[in-house]
Design a protein around this ligand. Sequence first.
Ligand code: 3PG
Length: 306
Amino acid sequence: MKVLVATDKPFAPSAIKEIMPIVEDAGYEFSLLEKYESPAQLIEAMKDANAVIIRSDIISETVLNEAANLKIVVRAGAGYDNVDLKAASAKGVVVMNTPGQNSNAVAELALGLMVYAARGLFNGKSGTELKGKTLGIHAYGNVGKLVAKIAQGFGMTVGAYDPFVSSESIEADGVKVFDSVEELYSSSQYISLHIPANEKTKKSINYDLLNKMPKGATLVNTARKEVIDEEGLLKLMADRTDFKYLSDIAPDNAGELLGKYEGRCYFTPKKMGAQTAEANNNAGVAAANQIVNFFKNGDTTFQVNK
Ligand code: 3PG
């Protein structure tokens, strides 16, 4: 039995040190592919793998078709929009994620980006503070919940919109529940995005929605670039000279945005949200344990393609 860790963006070495013995103690072979140059290299490495641990690596139908022995793919992280679930299901391959394991890292970065925006991208001029400002959390999952807690520590007034989470559990955190996404945006000086990228959410953050935000608004995106209507955002940045956009995932039109609105937008050079040793260790170890549990006990608790 071969378990492959295939991560174009490598885990911290400490994570690999923890993953390897979990795999080997279970009696399986451990294999590592990092920073690969092409999908062909990934395909080659996956040819004889029975299980694979990935991050944002693209597991397409082509990749799956070439992996004859593959039984399980575990995305060490939350979002699984990088895996062709339909193709995996058709081939009888189980796909799992490791929800919550890297959430704190992403939440800390979201607040870091808010501070950076409030301080004028460290331009040396007088900025503002987060204390007393309103923050709207768009989707109250594992990351959203942590963002709320940290933001409350900063003294922000926090609200959330998430039709999939009960109002009671949001209110129990001292967070105001908004019944519509429009209300959330019109009531929030800062918005932090935590929605997944899927057919319903793609391009859903558009001009009209963003234009509802009050004067001096900031949008922080540590979710996915696909949820933004990039043309709408470009137009909004032109129409609203008070608006700031900071993202952990550079949009396709990043060059144009930065060229025209330098000082009001910022994109991390590489997706950094989950890039901490702690998050890597937590997600990597969880993924390895889930694989062992799947093979030894048939446990499919975190399967996302049921
Ligand atoms: C996730 O979905 O877990 C985050 O976006 C992190 O992705 P990464 O593992 O590619 O950094």
